[in-house]
Design a binder for this molecule. Structure first.
Ligand SMILES: Cc1cc2nc3c(=O)[nH]c(=O)nc-3n(C[C@H](O)[C@H](O)[C@H](O)COP(=O)(O)O)c2cc1C
Length: 348
């Protein structure tokens, strides 16, 4: 089984990590992932000026105990401001500073950030340079990109100019999502593009290439590595409401083929639901956590044999008590726990 290439001084014992996922990958989700064997995680993209202006943005960027190694991901449109944001991340103790050149959301693109910068190579390189200088050699810098703005020749040329800039500036790694900005999330992530990228830039000293896109199971992680040769794999939508993907990937690394397909038991689901909710309350406070956990509940419900009913109940959650009601109604106490596919043991 492959081991992940180091990210500068950051060494990992497994070739996968949890992606940045806006609206999801907060400290609560990251800590739950780590409990299941995820060795490294990226924050959701933070706007540089939210950090620079202090207040809630800065408060949200504090690192909780146990949540390391961690990359803080920044998004911005101005070299000076994003460099300032990067310095703040270093002061906060982030192990890695990651720059987002991938976000396809229109309101972000309109402000010339994220994926928009893929069509502006000079601006993108100026931003990458400013961040690298601000961070210095103390911490590694990494970047997240898509395979281009669109499928045109100009977009391809822009991508490679930026990618070569990333290497020249001494970035430690790049994660490439095999969809274009224009594509958003429609259609497949183009893994052959990742393969070609590894053939062209793989073997560059002190530089790792990670792949992203269409990782839905633990087996997909190792399939991407085998098919493309990437140094590591970013797990994104496949781990929302599914931290077990990391334990299953660890099982595969240990040669336990059956472990890769073993669904979480009801007892394991119950434990994660309670842990995730309590962590979310610590991170966001009870009211916000109750609302933000609904979307996770919907995803968690897919593991339950009575998924539709559980999902409907999670959608209606408004408070901590509501959350516990769903758990007590559908997820039996650990001592009576049964495998998830034994529906007869599940209280419904
Ligand atoms: C809801 C959502 C939010 C995302 N937010 C971020 C983000 O903040 N930073 C980032 O680098 N990528 C973000 N992504 C992109 C993912 O990290 C990943 O590259 C993409 O989902 C492709 O992988 P997948 O097909 O395996 O999900 C986001 C994706 C989704 C669906």
């Amino acid at each position: 089984m492959p081991v992940m290439a180091p990210i500068g001084k950051v060494t990992l014992d497994a070739p996968f990590f949890q992606a940045g996922l806006a609206g999801y990958s907060d400290a609560a989700m990251r800590l739950v992932a780590r409990q299941h064997g995820c060795p490294y995680a990226i924050t959701e993209a933070m706007l540089d000026h939210f950090l620079v202006n202090g207040g809630k943005g800065l408060a949200a960027a504090q690192i909780m105990t146990g949540d390391r190694p961690i990359a803080g991901q920044l998004m911005g449109s101005h070299p000076t401001e994003i460099a300032h944001g990067a310095k703040i991340l270093v002061e906060l103790g982030y192990d890695v500073v990651d720059i987002n050149l991938a976000c396809p959301v229109k309101k972000i693109r309109k402000k010339c950030r994220g994926g928009h910068l893929l069509s502006q190579p000079d601006e993108a390189i100026a931003i990458l340079d400013a961040v690298r200088q601000a961070v210095g050699d103390d911490r590694p810098c990494t970047v997240k990109l898509r395979r281009g703005s669109n499928d045109g020749d100009r977009a391809a040329a822009n991508f490679h100019r930026i990618f070569e800039g990333v290497i020249e500036l001494g970035y430690a790694a790049a994660t490439v999502h095999g969809r274009t900005v224009e594509q958003k999330y429609i259609g497949p992530s183009r893994w052959p593009f990742l393969r070609a990228l590894v053939e062209r830039y793989g073997g560059t000293p002190r530089f790792a290439i990670f792949g992203s896109g269409d990782i839905w199971s633990a087996r997909d992680i190792f399939r991407m590595i085998a098919e493309t040769g990437v140094d590591g794999v970013s797990v994104a939508r496949g781990c929302i409401g599914n931290p077990w993907i990391f334990a299953q990937a660890r099982a595969l690394m240990a040669g336990d083929q059956a472990g890769a397909d073993r669904p979480p038991t009801i007892a394991q689901q119950r434990q994660v639901l309670l842990d995730h909710f309590h962590l979310a309350v610590r991170v966001h406070g009870q009211r916000r956590a109750s609302l933000s956990m609904r979307k996770f509940g919907i995803k968690f419900s897919y593991h339950h044999p009575n998924a539709e009913a559980v999902k409907a109940r999670f959608i209606a959650v408004k408070s901590l008590d509501d959350w516990h009601d769903v758990v007590e109604s559908f997820y039996v106490k650990p001592q009576a726990a049964a495998p998830a596919n034994h529906a007869q043991h599940v209280a419904v």
